[in-house]
Design a protein around this ligand. Structure first.
Ligand SMILES: Nc1ncnc2c1ncn2[C@@H]1O[C@H](COP(=O)(O)OP(=O)(O)OP(=O)(O)O)[C@@H](O)[C@H]1O
Ligand SMILES: [Mg+2]
Length: 257
């Protein structure tokens, strides 16, 4: 069985240019299940993007954040690529933002926004701009999903990069929402607790299906070691400062813009 529960890995039958004016996503493809996938390849931009996308998406799902199902897919020709299933039923980003300017519309989404912020601080995701949320319409309301970990984790030098985040797209988006209503700090602290509760074996298990071309064996070993040890120190610091609200209020490192 594969990492995503399928008996066989997802095979992408056909690809085409993505047509997005974006940095890291160059192609989309249709899988052997007939669904469309957003693809990220080692050669597209930064070579560590596929592994960063894989680990972040799996970790977010593991701690209860809404993400699209993802795969380590095989492209025509045999290359392995990160594949995120295209979500349907999306609201236009501008329309969603217009709606969320109303406090009553924003309020139900504040717990998810605070949890995403905590997740992004932990994974050093500096690119959580508004369009890196999907606003998905369901029969019982709109839900926020997280996509795009192309500027998080290994592409940014994680785990040795400092915390909290610099001034960046992630802190700008937080300020946009917080101009309407403040984030609940208890939700951010609870997410740090959840991340601390992830097993020490989790990263090794999650990296085991990752191809060698995506991640050098030596880096893999040192990351796995970090996950079982220094991760806990980072998370207890995050928990403390989220609980007090400090990491939700300050821009600690304004050098980077
Ligand atoms: N799972 C998904 N379902 C539907 N649409 C998606 C999904 N993942 C990505 N997209 C769409 O594809 C676009 C590009 O994907 P993504 O944001 O991952 O790439 P990027 O090149 O890293 O973007 P950025 O400009 O933010 O750096 C997104 O803005 C979104 O419109
Ligand atoms: Mg994006």
């Amino acid at each position: 069985m594969t990492e995503s529960g399928r008996l066989f890995p997802l095979v992408i039958r056909r690809t085409e240019p993505a047509g997005y004016c974006t940095a890291a996503c160059k192609s989309i493809g249709v899988g052997d299940d007939g669904l469309t996938y957003i693809l990220k390849r080692v050669a597209d931009a930064h070579p560590l993007i596929p592994v960063s996308e894989w680990v972040c998406t799996k970790l977010a799902e593991h701690v209860g954040l809404a993400v699209s199902p993802c795969h380590i897919a095989t492209l025509p020709g045999g290359e392995r690529a990160f594949a995120s299933r295209e979500e349907g039923g999306l609201m236009d980003t501008d329309a969603a933002m217009h709606l969320l300017e109303q406090p009553e519309a924003l309020r139900p989404h504040l717990p998810a926004l605070a949890r995403w912020y905590a997740f992004d601080v932990f994974t050093y995701n500096v690119d959580r701009h508004i369009a890196n949320f999907l606003f998905r319409q369901g029969r019982m309301g709109m839900a926020l999903m997280g996509i795009d970990f192309s500027q998080a984790l290994l592409t940014e030098g994680w785990p040795t990069v400092g915390i909290p985040l610099p001034t960046c797209n992630t802190s700008h988006a937080r300020r946009t929402f917080e101009a309407v209503l403040p984030y609940p700090s208890a939700e951010a602290a609870a997410l740090a607790n959840r991340l601390a509760g992830v097993s020490d074996e989790w990263l090794a298990d999650t990296l085991s299906p990752v191809p060698e071309q995506w991640l050098d064996a030596r880096v893999r070993t040192s990351l796995i070691r970090w996950w079982g040890s220094a991760r806990h120190k980072r998370l207890s610091l995050l928990h403390k400062h989220f609980a007090s609200g400090r990491y939700l209020r300050i821009l600690a490192n304004p050098r980077r813009s």
